[in-house]
Write a protein that binds this ligand. Structure first.
Ligand code: ZN
Length: 660
């Protein structure tokens, strides 16, 4: 990962660990011996924590370089005092900072010929985007997948395709191609040589392959064992066909107690978008939550009829989407996701399927004294106590009964309909028979296009807001006895769910771009429209409180909800919105659907566009950095979990003791 980031990342990593080891984690000693002041030391530790959290000196979210707040001279003093070798210092201290000669472009990941930085094209500053793309297509035509590769342009102007593997000369039977060298015979790179060079990241891939082999010996079942063996083959020999086999087996390993995945997975950071970043995780299934999800699926036949549409707009048989909730033990990656949906290979997704997983302890992670902007002091206590529970209810309903419901009325092939087209269903919106439906070969995505994904997230969120009001559902999650009572514990959870949605609608404005008037995040766009729905529910159900200066600047902005009106005002308002979203989707009614959704997600007026948005940006929380636990295997075969303080020092220590 470090090597995939920037040239200085691996040396910076080594430096941080060496400094820790030199002072044995007693950083105060280093303050004394080096003569830097406490502020400088703290700034360096904060930098180290950010660096380890992002596994490199470019942000995982944004791809921008970040630098320490302390000075270069301070870092030099620390190195001096800890006897850090000059060679290592030369490789990293300069690269940690930005000097006057540095170009703006070098602050960003991107194609090297535009002056940007990329670890996927080592020692090839002049390589152009065209060369990279032509090579990608050429190598692809030879049957080689790109995820575990990097490209190097040689001094002769030829190209090495570096393949991550433990061996430099894999046996022919384990290779994805029979040849290892070609001369390109056509196109702009005609006459250039392309060589496959195995053994990129050799030392690491060897360690990984060896340990994966050991994991195979301790597998819980045959599928996992076969999966581990395919991993070992892939990381040992560089075969991505073996990796694809591992991923097919992973999908087939249904509902294991311990879930893991590792490899070159996501391609966001390669400017060409085809090379994968290394990552790996181990997580445990949250059994309690899984049980609640199971009960929710069982309750679906009694719950779905409570939604505001007739059976005409619903599937004959409820088929819940695949969804599991995991708790992460350790996730090695440049930036932790809140959920994963892999493998990315389309052919595997179509033939074997995929896993859709939410990471519970990532979603619920908070700093010790984290503030909660936009929640009123009167609500803070109940919000703090119930927000995780509320979120669990919301996510469960959203994923299972939200995305799992709905029928697309369609002419499946010419003259064949999946509904009674002579006597079409009556729309609950107009009270008249529907007139639109999907034509043969049309899909939800093809009809609704760019609107589809956010619209569908909104529909699922509205289902969650509607059904969270049902105390029988709250009971399934372990809150209350099913009796409707807004002032019970279950009522607190419901209130927190509504507060949380309203607050998300405010925070959403961070993701709205005033210049283009567009939304950059589909879920946040949806939540903004739900907040609007709350605000329009009438009778003061929901309102924003704030102080407004004559300049239009807002302060003390909070969302207020009348708990007593959730069932009488909140739910009906959401259901009315949901009904329209649902029926327009079901009936391929793009015109009405798009106009509804665009209207509801439109940010209008100075108050929202500037007042609220500016305040949201002022209150923006820094992105979290996660401190992972380690496991320690004892002589007697028992395993201990070692956790660390959620501080920069704790984070550094966790990496030192991970001993990778
Ligand atoms: Zn969703």
């Amino acid at each position: 990962m470090l090597r995939q980031n920037s040239t200085e990342s691996l040396p910076i990593y080594t430096l941080i660990l060496q400094l820790h080891k030199y002072c044995d984690g007693e950083w105060a000693h280093l303050v004394k011996s080096s003569g830097v002041d406490d502020d400088a030391m703290n700034h360096f530790l904060e930098y180290a924590a950010q660096f380890l959290g992002n596994l490199g000196n470019y942000k995982s979210f944004g791809d921008v370089k970040f630098v320490p707040r302390c000075s270069k001279a301070d870092v030099e003093k620390l190195c001096e005092s800890a006897n850090i070798e000059k060679a290592l210092r030369d490789q990293c201290v300069g690269g940690m900072f930005v000097d006057d000669t540095a170009s703006e472009a070098a602050m960003l990941f991107g194609f090297p010929d535009e002056g940007h930085i990329s670890g996927y094209y080592p020692a090839s500053p002049g390589i152009t985007q065209d060369e990279i793309e032509t090579l990608g297509a050429f190598v692809g035509s030879k049957g080689l997948l790109p995820e575990n590769t990097r490209i190097r342009k040689t001094t002769d102007g030829d190209y090495d395709v570096l393949i991550a593997s433990a061996v430099t000369h894999p046996p022919a039977s384990d290779m994805d191609t029979t040849q290892t060298a070609w001369t390109i015979d056509a196109g702009p790179l005609s006459g250039k040589k392309v060589n496959l060079v195995y053994g990129d990241h050799q030392e690491e891939m060897a360690k990984i392959a060896l340990n994966i082999k050991k994991a195979a010996q301790n597998s819980a079942n045959d599928t996992q064992r076969a999966m581990m063996n395919e991993y070992a083959k892939s990381f040992g020999t560089g075969s991505l066909l073996a990796f694809k086999e591992s991923q097919k087996l992973w999908v087939q390993d249904i509902g294991p107690d311990v879930e893991s995945n590792i490899g070159f997975i996501e391609t966001y950071r390669d400017p060409a978008g085809i090379r994968g970043e290394w990552e790996g995780f181990v997580a445990m299934v949250n059994k309690e939550r899984t049980m609640a999800f199971k009960k929710l699926v069982e309750a679906a036949p009694t719950m779905i009829p409570k939604l505001p549409w007739s059976p005409d707009f619903e599937k004959d048989k409820f088929t819940p989407p695949d969804f599991t909730s995991l708790e992460v033990l350790s996730f090695a990656c440049s930036g932790l996701p809140a959920g994963i949906n892999i493998p990315n290979y389309d052919d595997i997704r179509q033939t074997c399927g995929f896993k859709n997983v939410s990471l519970g302890n990532v979603l619920s992670a908070k700093g010790s004294n984290e503030e909660i902007p936009f929640i009123h002091a009167d609500d803070l206590d109940v919000y703090r106590k119930n927000r995780d529970a509320a979120f669990e209810v919301q996510v469960g309903i959203h994923e299972l009964l939200g995305h799992g419901t709905g029928k697309l009325l369609q002419e499946t092939s010419t003259g064949v309909f999946n509904f009674d087209h002579r006597n079409p269903p009556v729309s609950p919106i107009t009270g008249k028979p529907i007139t639109t439906y999907y034509k043969p070969h049309e899909t939800w995505g093809s009809v609704f296009g760019a609107t589809a994904s956010s619209y569908e997230e909104c529909r699922a969120e509205c289902v969650a807001m509607a059904l969270a009001c049902d105390f029988a559902i709250l009971r399934i999650f372990g809150f209350g006895d099913g009796t409707t009572d807004l002032h019970s514990q279950a009522g607190d959870v419901l209130y927190a769910a509504y507060l949380s949605m309203a607050r998300a609608g405010v925070v959403a404005l961070e993701f709205w771009d005033p210049r283009s008037g567009k939304w950059g995040q589909i879920h946040m766009q949806a939540r903004f429209s739900i907040l609007k729905t709350f605000l329009e529910a009438g009778d003061g159900f929901c309102r924003l409180e704030c102080n407004e200066a004559s300049s239009g600047e807002l302060s003390n902005l909070t969302v207020r909800l009348d708990r007593a009106k959730i069932l009488s005002h909140g739910r009906p308002a959401v259901e009315q919105y949901l009904q329209r979203l649902h029926v327009y989707k079901s009936t391929a009614n793009l015109e009405e659907g798009r106009s509804l959704y665009e209207g509801k997600t439109k940010v209008e007026g100075e108050f929202w566009q500037k007042g609220v948005r500016d305040e949201v940006l002022r209150q923006k929380m820094p992105r979290k950095v996660f401190c992972m636990a380690n496991t320690v295997l004892s002589e007697d075969g028992s395993v201990a979990l070692k956790e660390y303080a959620a501080t920069p020092k704790g984070l550094i220590q966790s990496w030192v003791e991970r001993d990778v």
